[in-house]
Design a protein around this ligand. Structure first.
Ligand code: ADP
Ligand code: MG
Length: 556
């Protein structure tokens, strides 16, 4: 479409755009124009926080020489021409206001060339007036340079923050557009230094890696859901990768970057029960829906949109993300490398290059991500999983967690020890004393410092840090009793870990806060064998969706 001035009755229907507030608003308008022009490469150069210079170059369609003057007139646009178009906007811009607004508060230089013009054009504007205009050749595309922003507007200059702050706003903005358009190669130069560059290869994960780092990019789960009204796609973080603010939530509606309390709510709803209080996910969510379903003409800088069917969009987004949560594998690695030479389980740091290791598979029954719903009889945690209901025995679950922690610390020789300010005196039976003497070394490896104190009395000076909350005297007596007994043939270290875990675990009847339940479930998910306690009893009962439907007679 050629650039035309909008009819006054159409202008009156367009929400007034107070577009240029700060340097980042200039950048936003210019890159939106580049994207509307179909550019696959956009380079942004910024100096002095954008006040000194902003230059945006693209390889888009260019502006025909015959239209370049018009482009700087108010309400001149090539993107809509009648009222029907206004209800069906597929471009980022549509008000025809940006270029004249920018030219009225800065010095502007433009050079542009289309594929059909033999030679391109160059124009220089000062105070909104054309100061120079000539034909100039260049490759196809457009470069707009904005200098001395707000020079004659001291009130607005005063409102700006430091150059660094303004630059960081611009960098954030470019990051968002890069996330929205992975197929476009963005470069950002801040004071001549390349601050961000994307490949433009179309892979969102690659852009995430450029912006948030490789580690984040690797862990993000893929959102892909199609519903009657919307198509939702993008990447979301697993619950283990939370952030403490909402700056990592990006939403794009028909590829427009929007701020939307509705979409934030839908996303956080999908993580409900999965994150600690005050934690927020990382999410890049693209929502595609018919243009008639969104009104983009409601906000001066087009940063907000209005959905015709808000509740449907909300539900679709929540469902799409929940789908990812249900598929998210919880533990990154459920196998521990086993060192052949040392004969011990070891943490990956500990592996030396040359040492022969093999990965020993553990008997595993993985746990999906669980959402805590509440506590029953101060004894069981009620949780929802992707396939039905889970009732978790809080004591058995905690026992399992502690048991694995204690053994892992022991095998890695990283037992945390807690010295006691007041040593505890215990009186042992002859049988217990025998057990103590026989297993003194092993007990020391687990973090116990036990000294003879005359007769069969002993002083406990230090204990494993994991068990300090327990009733120590009782715990140690039971431990020694277990060691003296012959009931089971498990290795000694497992017996010790089992006994310590049992005594330190939270008890049945203990009321837990939501936070505590979530933490317990998170840790259980990370366990190697989350479904049984160290004694082999189940930690949970699972009622699958199928069972529930059967029980309620919903299916035959
Ligand atoms: P709008 O984007 O709302 O149409 P603008 O003032 O931003 O209004 O731009 C006016 C017109 O100038 C656009 O409609 C478009 O035709 C043209 N234009 C602006 N920037 C570019 C660009 N980078 N490449 C091609 N055409 C452009
Ligand atoms: Mg525009």
């Amino acid at each position: 479409m050629p650039i035309r001035i909008l009819a006054p009755e159409l202008v009156s229907k367009i929400a007034a755009g107070e577009v240029i507030e700060r340097p980042a608003s200039v950048v936003k308008e210019l890159i939106e124009n580049s994207l509307d022009a179909g550019a696959s490469q956009i380079s942004v150069e910024v100096q002095g926080g954008g006040v000194d210079l902003i230059r945006v170059s693209d390889n888009g369609s260019g502006i025909p020489t015959s239209e370049i003057e018009l482009a700087f007139r108010r309400y001149a646009t090539s993107k809509i021409s009648n009222l029907a178009d206004l209800g069906n906007i597929c471009s980022l811009g549509f008000r025809g206001e940006a270029l004249p607004s920018i030219a009225s508060v800065a010095e502007v230089e433009i050079s542009t060339q289309t594929s059909s013009d033999n030679i391109g054009s160059y124009m220089y504007l000062r105070n909104g007036d054309i100061a120079r205009m000539e034909r100039r050749a260049r490759s196809q595309g457009t470069t707009i340079t904005v200098r001395r922003l707000f020079r004659y507007f001291p009130a607005r200059l005063k409102f700006l923050r430091s150059a660094n702050t303004e630059s960081s706003h611009i960098a954030h903005l470019i990051s968002q557009y890069a996330l929205a358009f992975p197929e476009v190669r963005f470069s950002l130069f801040l004071n001549k230094h390349l601050s961000l560059q994307t490949t433009g290869n179309g892979d969102l994960r690659d852009v995430v890696s450029q912006i948030y780092g490789l580690e984040v990019a690797k862990e993000m789960g893929e959102v892909e859901a199609k519903d009657s009204l919307t198509k939702v796609s993008g990447l979301v973080s697993p619950p283990s990768l939370a952030r403490s603010n909402r700056n990592y939530l990006s939403f794009f509606v028909n590829r427009r970057w929007v701020r939307s309390p509705l979409l934030i709510k839908a996303t956080e709803e999908a993580y409900h029960g999965l994150l600690m209080d005050g934690k927020h996910p990382i999410a890049i969510i693209n929502i595609l829906l018919p243009a008639q379903e969104v009104d983009v003409n409601v906000h001066p800088t087009k940063a907000q949109v209005k959905f015709r069917h808000e509740q449907v969009v909300f539900a679709d987004v929540e469902k799409a993300i929940k789908g990812v949560m249900a598929r998210t594998p919880v533990a990154k690695s459920r196998v521990m490398p086993f060192s052949v030479t040392s004969g011990q389980w070891q943490s990956p740091q500990m592996i030396r290059d040359k040492e022969p290791t093999f990965i020993a598979p553990l008997p595993i029954l993985e746990l999906p991500v669980l959402r805590v719903l509440g506590q029953l009889a101060n004894t069981y945690i009620i949780a929802e999983g992707p396939d039905g209901l889970y009732l978790i025995d809080q004591h058995a679950a905690h026992e399992r967690i502690l048991y694995e922690k204690i053994l892992a610390q022991w095998s890695q020789k990283e037992v945390e020890v807690q010295g006691l300010l007041q040593p505890i005196t215990i009186e042992l039976s002859p049988r217990e004393e025998e057990a103590l003497k026989a297993k003194k070394e092993l007990l020391a490896q687990f973090g116990f410092t036990i000294e003879p104190f005359g007769g069969r009395s002993y002083l406990i000076r230090a204990v494993p840090a994991l068990i300090t909350k327990a009733n120590l005297t009782e715990a140690i007596c039971t431990l020694l009793d277990n060691l003296a007994g012959r009931e089971n043939s498990a290795p000694w270290e497992e017996k010790i870990a089992e006994s310590l875990a049992c005594h330190s675990a939270i008890r049945a009847g203990q009321q837990l806060s939501n936070e505590e339940m979530r933490e317990l479930i998170r840790q259980l998910e990370q366990a190697n064998q989350p479904r049984t306690c160290p004694h082999g009893r189940p930690t949970m009962i699972h009622l699958s969706s199928h069972q529930l439907e059967k029980e309620f007679g919903r299916i035959g």
